[in-house]
Design a protein around this ligand. Structure first.
Ligand SMILES: CC(C)(COP(=O)(O)OP(=O)(O)OC[C@H]1O[C@@H](n2cnc3c(N)ncnc32)[C@H](O)[C@@H]1OP(=O)(O)O)[C@@H](O)C(=O)NCCC(=O)NCCS
Length: 169
C-alpha cells in the first residue's frame, strides 16, 4: 500500500506530502494541532503510543500542517481531521478527508464515518463542513442507524455526540 501521497496547493507552488505515521505516538505537534479537546483521545501523555492509524500532512520544511486519523470501531472506518489553526481555510482539511476516504474505498469499505463531539466548540460549523462533503447525520432508531437532517444534527450535538456517514458507492 502507498504510504505517501503528494499534494500541490491549488493556490500556490508549495508541495506537501501526506505521510502515514508508522509508529504513531502522542507528541508536541499532535498536542498543538489536535488539542485533546473535541476528540475522543484518552488524554494521552507525550510519548505514549496511539492505537489509531495516523496520517500527517507536512510541507517541504517538514512542518506538520495537519493530521487525519482512522479509528476502527465495530468495523466502521471512522475519520477525524485536524488542521493547524494557522493553515485552516486553505482546503487542507478537505484534501486529507478526501485521501482517507480513498484509502477506505481501496480497502473495500462502502462508507466512512465521522463523529462530531458535543464538547466541540465549533460543532455546528464542523457539521456544516461535513455535510458539504456529502456526510449525512445518523441517529440510532428501531431499524438501526437512520438518516437525519443537518438541522437535527445541529440540535442534537448540544447534548450528545453525533455520527455522520458518507456513502462511498
Ligand atoms: C474542520 C477542519 C478540519 C477543516 O479544515 P480546513 O482545512 O480548515 O477546511 P477546508 O479549508 O478544507 O474547508 C473550509 C473552507 O475553506 C475554503 N477553502 C477551501 N479550499 C480553499 C482554497 N484552496 N483556498 C481558499 N479557501 C478554500 C472553503 O470555503 C471551504 O469550505 P467548503 O466546505 O465549502 O469547502 C478544521 O477547521 C479543524 O481542524 N478544526 C478543528 C478540529 C475539528 O474540530 N475537527 C473535526 C473534524 S472531524
Amino acid at each position: 500500500m502507498k504510504s505517501e501521497i503528494y499534494c500541490i496547493l491549488k493556490n500556490g507552488d508549495e508541495t506537501m506530502k501526506l505521510i502515514k505515521d508508522e509508529n504513531p505516538m502522542w507528541d508536541d505537534n499532535k498536542k498543538t494541532i489536535v488539542e485533546e479537546g473535541p476528540f475522543n483521545l484518552k488524554n494521552p501523555e507525550i510519548g505514549s503510543p496511539l492505537e489509531e492509524e495516523w496520517w500527517k500532512l507536512i510541507d517541504m520544511d517538514q512542518n506538520v500542517l495537519g493530521y487525519g486519523w482512522i479509528t476502527m470501531e465495530n468495523n466502521d472506518f471512522e475519520i477525524s481531521v485536524a488542521i493547524h489553526k494557522n493553515h485552516q481555510e486553505l482546503g487542507l482539511g478537505t484534501y486529507i478527508l478526501g485521501e482517507l476516504e480513498q484509502i477506505a474505498k481501496n480497502r473495500g469499505f462502502k462508507a466512512t464515518v465521522s463523529v462530531v463531539r458535543k464538547k466541540n466548540d465549533n460543532s455546528e460549523s464542523i457539521i456544516n463542513w461535513l455535510c458539504r462533503k456529502n456526510y449525512i447525520s445518523h441517529w440510532l432508531g428501531i431499524k438501526g442507524m437512520e438518516p437525519k437532517s443537518k438541522e437535527f444534527a445541529i440540535n442534537v450535538v448540544k447534548k450528545s455526540d453525533i455520527t455522520l456517514i458518507k456513502n462511498l458507492e
